[in-house]
Design a protein around this ligand. Structure first.
Ligand SMILES: NC(=O)c1ccc[n+]([C@@H]2O[C@H](COP(=O)([O-])OP(=O)(O)OC[C@H]3O[C@@H](n4cnc5c(N)ncnc54)[C@H](OP(=O)(O)O)[C@@H]3O)[C@@H](O)[C@H]2O)c1
Length: 332
């Protein structure tokens, strides 16, 4: 495929996660990153130069005006997703927006409504949903290899030093473990049970910056399946998800980035490995490329309705935990 047929991506944000995206792009056929924007032109240009990207801009608006882009990956801190996504959608450019799509349901709804109104593709970058190993896990579950699924346990937690200015701990930047990593265990339980919980209890340790540093959730799903879910920014949590059924169990090591699953039923043990071609981000990028080429406005695997449901659930959990952000109405 010639350059003219390539899907040309821009990026908004050039921080921690942007390097993962670029590394995965290396193995995606028919797409490349042609421009990057940040808040400061010098920093964006320096990043572009270091990464072999053609050019950098000091704002998303300048990038959209100067470049012919097919899609933009938004990877700024959560509260700035909306402004960047809205600018792209207004310009008719498809967007892949990092998780969480917005800090709350109100912001997520504005992005989704703008995309739907404009008929422009938008998707939340919940990359875990696209990892090939989950095709195997789904097959094992559907074939009844573990019997009736009764409990899923999944946690994502790491121990970061508490730095009040850092986006993980700063309420102005929608800090907290739930929005940063809690969305992964909630997503995997949703993926398994096909629904959000019908009932749940949530407890948190709220730190000195007033955001949740550890959250523990016990949830019940329609049909009677249960989940124990956790997330943390100040403690390292077990990284394997376990799907326990009446006849056996499936372990998914490092479930948010998984390439391996282990089925255990009685004496039987079976291991499936599906190595990533790069780092696992390539599958969500390929989803965007496929949708943009096909002229679709949403991904069937990660539809906008799911992003809205997740944003609403996270709002509700935060309300129960007493965590509100200064930019939210009635937060004092
Ligand atoms: N999918 C995953 O596995 C994964 C992993 C980590 C993070 N994330 C998500 O990715 C997002 C970014 O996280 P990160 O850890 O990469 O953050 P980060 O390291 O703080 O990087 C943020 C980047 O955004 C730029 N930026 C900040 N505010 C901006 C604004 N208003 N407009 C334009 N650019 C702005 C910053 O540039 P300057 O400060 O130089 O302006 C920086 O380049 C978060 O939403 C996070 O949840 C996803």
């Amino acid at each position: 495929m010639g350059d003219a047929d390539e899907i040309r991506f821009g990026m908004v944000g050039h921080g921690h996660i942007s390097g993962q995206f670029l590394a995965a792009m290396e193995v995606v056929e028919g797409a490349h990153v042609g421009a990057v924007a940040g808040r400061n032109a010098e920093r964006a240009k320096a990043f572009a130069q270091a990464q072999g990207i053609a050019t950098g801009y000091g704002s998303v608006g300048e990038m959209l005006q100067a470049e012919q882009l097919d899609a933009v990956y938004v990877c700024t801190p959560h509260p700035s997703h909306e402004e960047a996504a809205a600018a792209c959608i207004d310009a008719g450019v498809a967007v892949l927006v990092e998780k969480p799509i917005a800090p709350n349901l109100a912001g997520a709804t504005r992005i989704v409504e703008a995309a739907r109104y404009a008929g422009v593709f938008a998707m939340e970058a919940m990359w875990t949903r696209f990892l090939p190993i989950y095709g195997v896990v789904r097959r094992w579950v559907d074939e009844g290899r573990v019997g009736d699924v009764r409990l899923v346990t999944a946690s994502f937690g790491f121990a970061a030093p508490v730095m009040p200015e850092h986006r993980l701990f700063d309420p102005e930047q929608a800090g907290g473990s739930l929005l940063d990593v809690g969305v992964y265990p909630l997503t995997i339980a949703h993926w398994l049970y096909g629904s959000h919980p019908v009932e749940y209890g949530a407890f948190a340790l709220v730190g000195e910056t007033s955001v949740d540093e550890i959250v523990s959730i016990a949830a019940a799903y329609p049909g009677g399946g249960l989940a124990q879910l956790g997330c943390a920014t100040v403690a390292t949590l077990e990284s394997s998800a376990v799907i326990a059924g009446t006849e056996g169990s499936i372990e998914v090591p490092v479930f948010w980035a998984a390439d391996r699953a282990i089925l255990r039923a009685g004496e039987h043990e079976e291991i499936e490995t599906m190595p990533h071609r790069a780092n696992g981000f390539e599958y969500e990028i390929e989803e965007v490329v496929g949708c943009v080429r096909a002229g679709r406005t949403e991904s069937e695997s990660m539809p906008l309705s799911l992003s809205l449901e997740m944003a609403g659930l996270c709002d509700e959990i935060r309300a129960r935990l007493g965590v509100a952000y200064p930019f939210e109405e009635g937060s004092d």
